[in-house]
Design a protein around this ligand. Structure first.
Ligand SMILES: [Zn+2]
Ligand SMILES: [Zn+2]
Length: 246
């Protein structure tokens, strides 16, 4: 009876709802005003048109319309381009940590929502045939209990009305922790880890790989390489956050 009374009171006087990103209160919107203004600020930031990483704060903003980071001017990637909803810092970084390491799976909804806003702003990402999440090894999946990239991909695919396949790209063995390694060492580490299970399902298609974070790009690059080798037409990437370059 008491709970019924509480439910009734909640209907008349709805209690403030928690903002999924920062935990503050929001009034009937998807995010609180503060987080929404931070996210709007991200959309104004300059990023590398190839890898999607954001420029360092206060760095020189060139007057040319297309802009590539030092890494992307120097070398090729197996993907066409990658885009991220925002830089890997502040509320976005904290939200990804709560999602990934504290098991707050519900955050997939908010994070994928931001990724979808980003994808819709990039014309090349609107003509994708198939979404593939970056897989975890069986060992890692057992430890974590879920694959954060799968949750993001399923939510983003649903909103973008694009098919998602969680079985086509697999990770056969666990690699050493990537933190602290440079890109070359990371790529060495990942060599042979990813595999496509059915090349016929990928051949000639535009594929979008989804992951939570893009830092050095070694994971995205290694996954994109096997997808390209399986005959994909174009490979794109979409992540919740990306690092900065200086
Ligand atoms: Zn917030
Ligand atoms: Zn770049």
């Amino acid at each position: 009876m008491l709970s019924l009374w509480k439910d009734l009171l909640n209907l008349i006087y709805p209690s403030p709802v928690e903002c999924p990103l920062c935990g503050g209160t929001r009034q009937g919107k998807d995010l609180c005003d503060n987080c929404r203004s931070i996210i709007s600020g991200y959309k104004q930031e300059l990023y590398c048109e190839r890898c999607g990483r954001f420029t360092g704060k206060g760095s020189h903003i060139p007057s040319v319309s297309s802009h590539f980071c030092y890494t992307c001017r120097k070398q090729q990637w197996p993907f066409e381009l990658v885009r991220a909803a925002g830089p890997y810092e502040g509320v976005l970084k904290e939200a990804i940590h709560r999602f990934k390491y504290l098991g707050r799976r519900g955050l997939a909804c908010s994070l994928a929502g931001l990724m979808v806003e980003t994808a819709r702003a990039e014309p090349l990402l609107t003509s994708v045939d198939l979404i593939l999440p970056v897989p975890l090894s069986d060992e890692k999946l057992r430890l974590r209990g879920f694959n954060q990239a799968v949750l993001l991909a399923e939510e983003a695919g649903y909103r973008l009305q694009m098919p998602v396949n969680t079985k086509l790209l697999v990770k056969d063995f666990e690699t050493h922790p990537q933190a602290g390694l440079n890109r070359t060492a990371r790529e060495q580490n990942l060599r042979g880890a990813f595999r496509v299970t059915n090349a016929g399902a990928i051949h000639g298609k535009n594929i979008m790989i989804i992951d939570d974070v893009f830092t050095t790009g070694s994971t995205m690059s290694s996954a994109a390489l096997v997808i390209r080798s399986a005959g994909a037409k174009h490979v794109f990437g979409l992540t919740a956050a990306a690092g900065r370059y200086f």
